[in-house]
Design a protein around this ligand. Sequence first.
Ligand code: PGA
Length: 255
Amino acid sequence: IMHRKRYCVANWKMNFNGSDIQMFLSEWNNKSLNNPNIKTIFCPSFTELNITAKLLNQSNSKIGAQNVSNFSKGAFTGEVSASLIVDSGCSHVIIGHSERRQYFGETNQSVNRKTKSALNAGLIPIICVGEMLEDREAGKTEQVVKDHLVNSIAKLTEEQILNSVIAYEPVWAIGTGKTATPDQAQEVHALIRSVLSDTYSSANVADRIRIQYGGSVTPANAVALLSQPDVDGALVGGASLEAEPFADIVKAAQP
Ligand code: PGA
């Protein structure tokens, strides 16, 4: 049986300044959650990447950005390239989060370009896919998730996809307190794995790729979600803003 390393990602969104992060991490460091079988990834705003990297430099935790430019360098005022993100101490980047798709015009095409930029710079992209409530109610979940996935990962080589993480985030579950049931999550995660096995000839890909669940994950529902066979970790927004609940989610991910 395949053992995929679990990930717990804290998506701090646009919430934390440097002193918030310092406070969070000083509490976090008392919790000794350095389990080598779990990767914890903290994702602050661009402006706080450097300080987060300094604060975490003695730990096994990783740092991720929340967005990346699809351009690699040059006259692109206000953009942040993948290599600048690497330079700020990151190993990961969230791409195509539903908030970016909804409010900032992100499309599968831009997600695909950004994913390639991230991979070229050596960053691990966490590629987000997920249906809206009206899609689910219209019975279109499978169609929308497939469309997001296939187009977001278009033309990635086998090596590139193996260096990527997929996150299933049903939009109706984000920040709403409405979580997908473990069965709903498992169903879509299995669909994602089957699309990957149709897309890549090597069985390795579908087996090895990590698929995160995101959307109102809390300490109360984390065990049930993370015990699903195709759920490899959690992408956590609200419950990652305090050390205690996020630590409980990480504990729930312990193999
Ligand atoms: P939530 O956010 O945990 O607050 O629902 C998850 C996300 O947006 O990644």
